[in-house]
Design a protein around this ligand. Sequence first.
Ligand code: KIV
Ligand code: ZN
Length: 560
Amino acid sequence: MKVIPEGKYVAYPKIDLPDRKWVNNSITKAPIWCSVDLRDGNQALITPMDLDKKLKLFKLLVKIGFKQIEVGFPSASKTEFNFLRKLIENNLIPDDVTVQVLVQAREHLINRTFEALQGAKRAIVHLYNSTSVAQRKIVFQKDKNEIIDLALYGVDLIKAHAEKIKHESEIILEYSPESFTGTELEFAKNICNAVIDRWEVNINRNIIINLPATVEMATPNIYADQIEWMSRNLHHREFVKISAHTHNDRGTAIAASELSLLAGADRIEGTLLGNGERTGNVDILTVALNLTTQGIESNLDFSDVNQVLEIVEYVTEIDTHVRHPYVGKLVYTAFSGSHQDAINKGLAYQQSKNDPFWEVPYLPIDPNDVGRSYEDIIRINSQSGKGGVAYILENRFGYELPKTMHPEIGKLVQAKSDQQEQELSANDILELFESNYINQSNKHILFVSFKRKQVETGVRCKLEFNYLNKNYVVTENGNGILNACKKAIATVYPNNFEIVSFHEHSRGGGGSEAQAVAYIQIQTDKFERIYGVGVDTDTTGASIKAIFSTLNRAFKDLYK
Ligand code: KIV
Ligand code: ZN
């Protein structure tokens, strides 16, 4: 094992906030959401989006319900400049949506940004400069005052531009001390307060202070402490919207964003499915649906996650993990038998009760609420149990197998899946069921036709069948049709059996196309119990066919 030199990595210091309040808070409402897919997300792509892709994504973001959308860094690239112009000139920005643009504190960049913004009714100009210890020391070689001066220089330029166009465009300032999580809190407070004061905030002139975990460096509780500390120490807090912007370097961006809401953040910046630099930005879809599952209106519409997935994958050229929360291909799927059984029971219970409270084990959200279906919930492999098989046959194909038949079909499916060493599809399961129970090959005894007549003692059945390639027509009376048929068969058939259970239902159509399905379980004199299934246009036909199916299954080894 490679030994990491001592002192190479050191623990992130604790925040001095002994009376922290966030630990006792709960999230009760949705934050203001800001999508940074078109900027932070885009800048992290191997192939940045072209104009068409940007437009497709912008339309999706609007459809989902984002009211603040960072559309790019227009002074940094021609494509981003042109994209913003296209949005403005073609009137593509809905009245209730505010576009946001990123810029550094440099005169020519700010001038160009305002050129790009010409004609916009409202815009957030997002000014940032790096404030962390490492950036000040290594990258900029500037002291703290010089860093503050740089930020204020940017504020002054933006203020002057905003003043000039105030009758056509409302300009909101957002300031980010970039690399906030690598910055001393005291210094972050000082620079943010200097910006707040210079912007001269008031009731009509708010500001967004965005506190980025540009690099996620500590556990999410630390970020929450930092947000609460800043929230307590910023000037004119009532006119300041605190924005959390988390990256996912330690894999806890979701948690950090959620804890930041407990700590007083008003706003969340992030991307769909978490695209972004390195390990990505926080995934807004997950944060929003986490709120949904707590009964909180998220104000974002994720009722069709498949569409989100399709568009995001198309524009980013990045595949989504099959286990990605809420959207992954396998997240509404159970492989293990006990999970399948519990889901099966939970879904039936949910349907049968009269209140909407979601109580299905293993499914934290109703797949229907995000445009996914129950169909793909249960998949079958050799780990699966009987419950999953029965669920598929019932919910996909309308066969309502009696409970005592579940172990029998479960074994057949398990054997097949072991043999194939792979998952079985729903159609594989249907095929296995029908070929074993309904359309059996190598039948030694075949049903041909029947006639029934009501008689005083019960039912008379004239049964025609074929046994070992010879046709028989036998008439017998019985107290019911099954009994009469059994007697008729027994006049020729040498193997003893008793009918021990019978179950039937109609399947499909509801009208003339509906079929009757009958399930009959017999016991042989070897004390084996075995099921057979019959399908016909009428119930009696289905029942008689089920007896023949059972015999062909129970005694097949005698006729090989
Ligand atoms: O991660 C970051 O720090 C950023 C800033 C520009 C806000 O994206
Ligand atoms: Zn970022």
